[in-house]
Design a protein around this ligand. Sequence first.
Ligand code: UT7
Length: 332
Amino acid sequence: MSSQKMRAAITGVEAYIPPYILTNEELSTMVDTTDEWIMTRVGINTRHILKEPNEGMSYMAERAVKQLLEKTNTDPSEIDAIICSTVTGDVVFPATSSIIADKCGIVNAMAFDMNVGCAGFIHAFKTMSLYIESGFCKKAIVVSGEKMSAIVDYTDRNTCPLFGDGAAAILVEGRTDGTGLQDAILRSNGTGRQHLYMKAGGSQYPATQETIARREHFVYQDGKNVFKWAVEKMSDVSAEIMERNNLQPEDIAYLLPHQANMRIIDAVANRMGINKEEKVLVNIERFGNTSSATIPILMWDKQNLFKKGDNLILSSFGAGFAWGSLWIKWAI
Ligand code: UT7
């Protein structure tokens, strides 16, 4: 293949899913809910929870990154950048990317975190692509992980069935064979921030006995509003990225949508005109919504389906509000 523009390509993907499985049956002993409601309204059957005592998100990210280094025969010293997307970092500071780098023996790398809610992975990968394409970085890692169970209120039936824990990491390298990241659309609208957030624990409302008593250290979500926005915005950018690149439904190998609600995924697929059974990848039934980790976990879970050169569309929507779509050509 003739040499083309340098593009950032995914040259490996690994994940760590904690072993504990929280079923709808167990949830229905904790709050007033049923397997039938969760399956029909959301599409989640099980989610995995990190039960390891005194461990945060980096416990999972460390394992995903170490597996990635091993699988791709990469020495930690070769990694020159690590971006971690998360809303559930181990501590407020330092960045969890520094903790992960330290645990994995990565000592020569720029490291920082990105907090873009459920759209974190697509933002982090696009950001990393700019470092790779400019030549500033050669071999880098994007790791997305969430310990949502740390910020979910298991007495609130509106949110506790939705979320799960997990982490996934990709190796990013430059390619000149036409594969890699082709196009990206990233957008935000901060007026939506009141519909999905955690009120306390930051500098506005540091932890006090009152904030704890008011249960303000948990995820708050106005599900109906988020649902409406997610359907509209994820559909818009997924259609737009196809239109502006003259991609027809038959050109797309797979859609990898954020896994928040089966009904949102269906609506996005309909708008793109792609066949749901054949081309839309889904694992929400097993893992639930792992926030910024859903797309790389899905990529890891389904990677055996992909062939080099396949056109993949990644789309996500989440807190902020922030959303977007990426078009990549699979590189391995
Ligand atoms: O990842 C970031 C982006 N997040 C999302 O994309 C999530 C978007 N939102 C959603 O997926 C949906 O809005 C939810 C799954 C969160 C909720 O589904 P919904 O169809 O919008 O339900 P609702 O909130 O309108 O509630 C409908 C009914 C209510 O009862 P009433 O008021 O009609 O009597 C709720 O109280 O369902 C009730 N309900 C439940 N019932 C049983 C809410 N949660 C539950 C539950 N079990 N767990």
